[in-house]
Write a protein that binds this ligand. Structure first.
Ligand SMILES: Nc1ncnc2c1ncn2[C@@H]1O[C@H](COP(=O)(O)OP(=O)(O)OP(=O)(O)O)[C@@H](O)[C@H]1O
Length: 225
């Protein structure tokens, strides 16, 4: 089903998730207008990572609807969902998860391939230049510094011009200077590529840069509650 709110990039409705033999999580409804960068805030264990996985199409909720850029994610077949995720959702986790046996350029090429797009080397060159990584295009991940690795992960997340860029604690282990530069990169890239940023964080330094926040409203419920 297509979403009727053309300007709404994320819509969450009636979401719950029950971990097998674990927590039952209930999520407050949310609508994010396109371009409204939003933080996901909440105590440790409140369900931020679970929510990011659900809204990124990686974890099917027990109940409820997730609509991204007008598409209800969990109505798609597994293959279509993989393709949609590749095209419309950019993921940045704390560890970069680049394929170690491939160069930076090849990592970006497979990200284009997963999304069902043709290999577009001029787009790859453009993104690498924007992130000051052009000189590392033919390097393997093991030859990158930590900061370069993080920029490569951002390059991979934005390569297909996603509608949303989802980052889980992207600054948790960074000093102030690197936090500033990663936040600038994420905001610049999101703004330039027309993506809406969703960042889960505890980090006070991030809260000063992004005004809108979604507070995890619930504590986890015991199984039978
Ligand atoms: N695979 C799992 N099986 C069972 N319970 C889980 C599993 N993963 C997470 N949980 C539980 O679900 C709840 C939410 O976890 P989640 O990782 O989403 O929280 P979080 O807000 O991201 O926490 P943090 O800020 O500490 O990373 C926690 O109580 C956690 O113990």
């Amino acid at each position: 089903m297509q979403d009727s709110f053309a300007n709404t990039v994320i819509r969450l409705n009636g979401l719950t998730y029950q971990y097998p033999r674990g927590e039952s999580l209930h999520f407050t409804d949310l609508e994010v207008p396109s371009g409204q960068h939003t933080l996901i805030l909440g105590d440790s264990g409140s369900g931020k990572t679970t929510l990011l996985h659900i809204l990124s199409g990686l974890l099917k909720p027990t109940t409820g609807i997730v609509s991204i850029d007008g598409q209800q994610l969990y109505e798609l077949t597994a293959r279509k969902l993989d393709e949609f995720r590749g095209q419309r959702i950019g993921l940045i986790f704390q560890e970069a998860h680049l394929v170690k046996s491939l160069t930076v350029r090849e990592n970006l090429q497979i990200a284009q391939g997963f999304a069902g797009a043709r290999i577009d080397n001029s787009r790859i060159n453009e993104v690498l230049a924007l992130l000051s990584l052009d000189h590392k295009a033919d390097s393997y991940p093991s030859k990158l510094s930590r900061g370069q690795m993080q920029r490569a992960a951002i390059a991979r997340a934005v390569i297909n011009k996603p509608a949303i860029l989802v980052a889980d604690e992207p600054t948790a282990s960074l000093d102030d200077r690197n936090t500033e530069s990663v936040l600038n990169l994420l905001l610049d890239q999101a703004n330039q590529q027309g993506a809406t940023l969703i960042i889960a964080t505890h980090d006070k330094r991030v809260k000063t840069r992004i005004a809108h926040a979604y507070e995890m409203a619930t504590r986890p419920h015991p199984i039978n509650e």
